[in-house]
Design a binder for this molecule. Structure first.
Ligand SMILES: *Cc1c(COP(=O)(O)O)cnc(C)c1O
Length: 430
């Protein structure tokens, strides 16, 4: 059979029931699995046989949903994590540990920036942040002999910059390291980073993949294409025996397609335990079943809202990579021709006070620390996530005091525009 379309994969990939078996993925609500001999369990512990023994390591519900996400991204293997934070931490820490260095785009999600810049630095991993707009020469100059990976976001949250995936992949590969891309905002419906040279993809499934604000989760997907043996000296964790797993050499035993995810499960999930619950994996799968139907609507609504804002006299600027004239419009056209995401950011004329007044008068859009939900939501970073910063510090962080981040949901665009329009009128009555 020829390669299935993305919609068919959203609905059916990862789980094919046998005769008389449940049509929907069963929730295997069990911490553990029963065996008749200790010898067999021993073989599972040695990774000699595949099978389930404890849900912290693997669970059939989670595996089915991970297999669907692997199919959507065009990868060879995937795993679920308890959150997007855990996914990004594991993806990087699986190949970069104490004494190593990573090159990352500077416009990444605040939580990821903090994880890298503060917490992973405490663990001895160093990071160099580069502008997503850097020249190939500037990017090249960020590498060191101990660099182990490059990291960026397809569409950055909340900066809405679009990553030139080929530029970052070429630089990573020239230095013998993989490119890790957080594809949360674009989703595989709009962009598949592996097709442009990325090697590992991560997700906060909490966002569009779940899409209903129902479950926090994450995922890591391997393209299976990065040749760990070609750079064996950089990646001893994959190319030399693991004493904590009876001498298994991951890249040898599980091949290029399975090594990264097997090592990540066997070592990091075993030791840190950020497992997604099978209940949440089931909820995530319900979201995935309609991802290809929802994403175009999120994008359609966001574009309509962005176009409206662009012509509104009370708006100081609009940032939306799907809007013609946006700084990242051309890059977005190349990597995600069918749409970008549902998040738009813009400024309300009159600064901080006007932005707060605008938010107060919204009726449909709710004030939330969230994005990518079926329900439209918005956030004023200057009074929420970035409230410790003064106006000058905000500008340095690429955020102005009048900036509103609006995540367009699945409602009717006309209703969203009417709501925004009346709230903008109120914002100017101060
Ligand atoms: C939300 C988000 C994360 C963190 O995910 P959680 O599921 O909240 O832990 C990571 N990356 C991006 C791009 C995000 O939007």
């Amino acid at each position: 059979m020829s390669e299935q379309g993305i919609g068919t994969k959203c609905v059916q990939a990862g789980y094919t029931p046998g005769n008389g078996e449940p049509r929907q993925i069963p929730i295997i609500q069990s911490t553990t699995f029963k065996y008749s001999t200790s010898e067999q369990m021993g073989r599972l512990f040695d990774l000699e046989e595949s099978g389930y023994f404890y849900t912290r390591l693997q669970n059939p519900t989670n595996d089915a949903v991970a297999a669907k996400i692997a199919a959507l991204e065009g990868g060879t293997a995937a795993m679920l994590t308890s959150s997007g934070q855990a996914a990004n931490f594991y993806a990087v820490f699986n190949i970069a540990s104490c004494g190593d260095h990573v090159v990352a785009s500077s416009t990444i999600y605040g939580g990821t920036y903090n994880l890298f810049h503060v917490t992973m630095r405490k663990m001895g991993v160093d990071f160099t942040f580069v502008s997503p707009n850097c020249t190939p020469e500037e990017l090249d100059a960020a590498f060191r002999p101990n660099t182990k990976a490059v990291f960026g976001e397809t569409i950055a949250n909340p900066a809405l910059t679009v990553l030139d995936i080929e530029k970052f992949a070429n630089a990573a590969h020239a230095h013998g390291v993989p490119l890790i891309v957080d594809n949360t905002f674009a989703t595989p419906v709009n962009c598949r980073p592996f097709e442009w040279g990325a090697d590992i993809v991560t997700h906060s499934t909490t966002k569009y993949m779940d899409g209903h604000g129902a479950g926090v989760g994450g995922a890591i997907v391997d393209s299976g294409r990065f040749d760990w043996f070609a750079h064996a000296d950089k990646f001893p964790g994959l190319t030399t025996p693991d004493d904590s797993y009876h001498g298994v050499t991951y890249a040898e035993k599980f091949g290029l397609g399975g090594a990264f995810i097997t090592k990540c499960t066997a070592q990091l999930m075993r030791d840190f335990g950020s497992i997604q619950s099978p209940q949440n994996a089931f909820i995530l799968n319900l979201g995935l079943e309609s991802l290809h139907v929802r994403m175009p609507r999120h994008c359609e609504n966001a574009l309509a809202v962005a176009k409206f804002l662009k012509t509104n006299p009370y708006v100081s600027f609009v940032t939306y990579p799907g809007l013609e004239g946006d700084e990242y419009y051309e890059t977005a056209k190349k990597y995600m021709p069918n749409g970008t995401c549902g998040v738009v950011s813009f400024g309300v004329k009159g600064g901080r006070k006007a932005a707060e007044e605008f938010m107060k008068h919204l009726k449909l859009a709710a004030i939330e620390t969230h994005v990518a939900d079926a329900r439209t939501c918005c956030l004023h970073p200057a009074s929420a996530t970035h409230r410790q910063m003064n106006d000058e510090e905000l500008v340095a962080a690429g955020i102005t005091s009048d900036l509103v981040r609006l995540s367009c949901g699945l409602e009717d665009a006309a209703d969203l525009i009417a709501d925004i329009s009346q709230a903008l009128e109120h914002s100017q009555k101060l």
